[in-house]
Design a protein around this ligand. Structure first.
Ligand SMILES: [Ca+2]
Length: 296
């Protein structure tokens, strides 16, 4: 019995030891497998870490590149802003220049208009003894030659051309007056049956030029001047008390219709040369002086 028990015990011990051995062997295998797998995992982990480091390095470099690019872009933006301001300044300058050009253009156009108007019109002159104008000028108005009475010692000297259509104010003085009389030719030298006829006049504006002169003692104008009309010099009588002036009476006179009667007033006589201080020749004693009205 004891032997059996001892046998069984021995068998149990053997079994236990065998099982332990087998179990240990199996554990060893498992442990080995785990180690192998751990090695693989570590290896992979290391690879992954390397990759991560590589990626981190790559990202870092890319970040640096991006930072540089951002800096470049920011600088470019600064430059763009600078350029924008410069462009604004240039636009302002261009606008100012444009305004100036426009103003200059307007001024030039106005000056051009003035020049054109000057080209279309010229100086004025009075044509004594006529109611019309020469072809080189246009009529402003026509009327009556007038002035002070030849006997009035305080008479004004000049002739005036009173229009045919007078206009009046509402004032009516009765004392302290000056007078304006009509004018008569006092010599038939001015024209056939001119004596006592009343003298008309016209005011003419030339189509060109800027100057108008009456030249006594000439029958033609000097070079560069345009003849408007010619005639004989006229003035008041030398022994009458009222002063007068020299005027150029047209060589082909007209008379105011119905003015043949002798009513006096301002009078026109031929003007003749008197030798002495005046050189003869070229002047001739008692020869009527001619005249021209010329423009340029
Ligand atoms: Ca008369």
């Amino acid at each position: 019995m004891d032997t059996i028990r001892q046998c069984i015990a021995g068998l149990l011990v053997a079994f236990v030891f065998g099982a332990a051995y087998v179990f240990e062997a199996r554990l060893s295998d498992i442990y080995k497998e785990i180690n192998e797998e751990l090695s693989i995992v570590r290896l992979k982990n290391k690879e992954l870490q390397t990759k991560v480091e590589t990626l981190e390095e790559f990202e870092k470099k890319r970040g640096e590149k991006l930072t540089k690019r951002v800096e470049v872009v920011e600088k470019s933006l600064d430059n763009v802003e600078e350029y924008r301001q410069k462009v604004n300044l240039i636009q302002t300058s261009v606008s100012s220049i444009k305004n100036n050009v426009n103003k200059n253009h307007e001024n030039l156009e106005q000056q051009l208009k003035k020049i054109k108007s000057l080209q279309d019109t010229g100086p004025t002159f009075v044509r004594w003894g006529r109611t019309d104008c020469p072809g080189t000028s246009i009529l402003v108005y026509k009327g009556y030659a007038a002035g002070s009475h030849y006997l009035h010692k305080g008479g004004v000297s000049n002739f005036i051309c009173l229009p045919e259509e007078p206009q009046w104010g509402d004032r009516t003085p009765t004392v302290h007056l000056a007078f304006a009389y009509g004018t008569e030719y006092e010599s038939n030298m001015f024209g056939e049956n001119a004596h006592q006829q009343d003298v008309p006049c016209s005011v003419c504006q030339t189509k060109t030029g800027i100057n108008s002169i009456m030249i006594p003692g000439r029958t033609v104008c000097y070079d560069g001047w345009t003849l408007q009309y010619k005639g004989y010099l006229g003035a008041g009588y030398h022994d009458h008390p009222s002063a007068t002036e020299y005027i150029c009476v047209d060589e082909n006179i007209q008379s105011v219709p119905g003015g043949f009667e002798n009513k006096d007033g301002k009078l026109i006589y031929p003007v003749v040369a008197k030798c002495g201080a005046l050189r003869c020749s070229p002047y001739i004693e008692n020869k009527p002086l001619t005249c021209v009205v010329c423009t340029k």
